[in-house]
Design a protein. Structure first.
Length: 128
């Protein structure tokens, strides 16, 4: 998948179209733009999204924002992320109002950021 940076962010940022659903064949799914954030330890989804998917919390996390500012303890969920027909189970926390793809998922993909061309290319891992 190759996509232009999202110019709604200032400066423009790498964003990918992601399909999310509950694990194990849940029929309900959502397609959302996810900001790729290599500075985020864990992926983040808005609470409204996990409610729409009827996901159930499986854990809790003490979350910090930029510069370590405490956000609080928030519920954690496991969702299935799909991109380019590649699926991963990903732990997410529910807070904020934007989908943020953190390193706990990004580290499983081949990602190329081309800043001068303002494009992002995402490829699933190759299986030998």
């Amino acid at each position: 998948m190759k996509r232009r940076y999202d110019e709604a962010h200032v400066p423009p940022a790498p964003v990918v179209l992601l399909t999310m659903r509950r694990p194990q064949g849940a029929e309900q799914e959502v397609r959302v733009d996810a900001l790729l954030d290599t500075g985020a330890d864990i992926s983040v989804v808005p609470p409204a999204l996990v409610r729409a998917l009827r996901a159930r919390p499986v854990t809790e996390h003490a979350v910090q924002g930029i510069a370590g500012t405490p956000v609080g303890v928030v519920p954690g969920y496991v969702l299935e992320f799909e991109i380019e027909a590649h699926r991963d189970l990903v732990e997410v926390v529910a807070c904020g109002d934007e989908v943020i793809a953190g390193r706990n998922w990004l580290n499983s993909l081949h990602i190329t950021l081309d800043g001068p061309q303002q494009t992002v290319t995402v490829k699933p891992p190759t299986i030998p």
